[in-house]
Design a protein around this ligand. Structure first.
Ligand code: PMP
Length: 413
């Protein structure tokens, strides 16, 4: 493969291998806003765009201690291949993490993956054929949709409100798709502190949505990276705490510890779990032994729940800074006020267009993610996702002030 392909826009005939790609690669296009984000990573730009956890809130010696201890006591195991399912000890500890959201399970039904992103890939590989439909909230997590599309499935967005996915709308979408003869394979949902919408599915709706999925024989894919990062009150228990057979649950250490380890997991009904292990082995042989052992040691020796509390405190303060800056500078906008997680979803009045506004914003040294990124169907023009996870409260206030200037400029045009 010629190295130049990396620098060329894919999907254009500037790429000498253009007509060689598999059909499924067609969905792997660099987004139009990607180049702008490269500019936005300059230090003078306040980026409210990315979703990077604030790992500086993690005391270095806490992690270093676990690394040292692993290398001293189990170095050869840490540096060796391991089981395709993940180390049993870590899988047992993952049960303690999930118990915090009401899940009772067997460690044998957990498959450790390279981040939950990789679990999304494996589940898609197992279930999606070209032309299948994945139901997902509208808006939904961009990079999950990229995977679904790379398996040539279509994403059908079901609307949500401040209490999350709307059950009645879900029923209607299922009926409409079935009447068109479509095959619905998965209901992909982020029930707690949604990315990007910032909302949380109520307990009543959790039960109703599980009931709808059961009645319609649709497998639920519950993606829960943010559930433990609540501010004032915990999210309702996970969907998987109610329903075992019809739910694949995805968890990760990326937000409660650090994404650099690339350790996540899937908890699946027993039969699916077997296939997931085989798919995991086929893709990567085994998840990183080193990362798994370090996390296992960390969970064994450090105050990991205290650390999650520290993260909650940091993100809560930053969320408050963002909401009060929005109230002060952009009162004509509306937004979600999340009780956890990383994101505020903003709705702008007409005629503002978030995608058109982004280049101007980057020029004014503030970046956000346009709402269109979170829909596969052109929706989201009047929305932006603002992240409060990484910038400090002062930077957030500055960023929102700059954003307000951009908006004034747009409206004067
Ligand atoms: N799902 C959602 C909703 C996310 O926001 C993310 C990370 N941004 C992931 C999955 C992937 O996380 P990781 O692979 O780091 O576990």
């Amino acid at each position: 493969m010629p190295p130049v392909t990396e620098q060329l826009p894919t999907g254009t005939n500037l790429d000498p291998w253009f007509d060689h790609y598999a059909e499924r690669a067609a969905g792997l296009r660099a987004s139009e806003v990607r180049a702008l984000f490269a500019v936005a990573s300059r230090p003078e730009v306040v980026s409210l765009a990315g979703g990077m956890p604030f790992v500086s809130a993690l005391p270095e010696d806490l992690v270093q201690g676990s690394i040292d201890e692993v290398m001293r006591t189990e170095g050869p195991v840490a540096l060796q291949y391991g089981s395709g399912q993940g180390f049993p000890r870590l899988r047992e500890q993952i049960l303690d993490v999930m118990a915090l959201e009401g899940i009772r399970a067997n460690a044998d039904d957990i498959v450790v993956t390279t981040g939950s992103q990789h679990a999304l890939e494996l589940v898609s590989k197992l279930f999606l054929d070209p032309g299948d439909v994945v139901l997902a909230e509208g808006p939904s997590y961009v990079t999950a949709m990229v995977i679904f599309r790379s398996y040539q499935a279509d994403v059908d967005h079901v609307p949500m409100d401040e209490h999350g996915l709307i059950p009645e709308a879900l029923r209607e979408h299922i009926a409409a798709l079935r009447s068109q003869g479509r095959t619905i394979k998965l209901l992909y949902t982020i029930p707690s502190f949604h990315n990007p919408a910032g909302v949380t599915l109520s307990w009543e709706r959790r039960l109703e949505i599980l009931q709808i999925a059961r009645e319609n024989d649709i497998l639920v894919l519950e993606d829960n990276p943010y559930g433990l990062l609540y501010f004032d009150r915990p999210a309702p228990d996970a969907l998987r705490s109610v329903e075992e057979e019809g739910v694949i649950y995805l968890g990760t250490f990326s937000k409660t510890l650090a994404p650099g380890f690339r350790v996540g997991w899937a908890l699946a009904p027993h039969a699916i779990r077997e296939k997931l292990v085989l798919a995991n082995e086929a893709a990567i042989l085994c998840p990183s032994s080193f990362s798994q052992l370090v996390i296992s040691k960390y969970l064994e020796t450090a105050d990991w729940k205290g650390q999650i509390n520290t993260f909650r405190g940091v993100y809560h303060e930053r969320k408050n800074a963002m909401i009060s800056a929005l109230e002060e500078h952009l009162p004509e906008f509306s937004w979600t006020n999340p009780h956890g997680g990383f994101y505020v979803w903003v709705t702008m009045p007409e005629p503002l267009d978030s995608k058109a506004m982004l280049p101007r914003a980057v020029k004014e040294l503030v970046a956000f993610t346009p709402g269109t990124a979170f829909y596969g169907d052109g929706g989201g023009r009047q929305n932006l996702r603002l992240s409060f996870c990484y910038p400090t409260s002062d930077q957030i206030r500055l960023g929102v002030r700059r954003l307000a200037n951009v908006v004034r400029g747009e409206l004067d045009l």
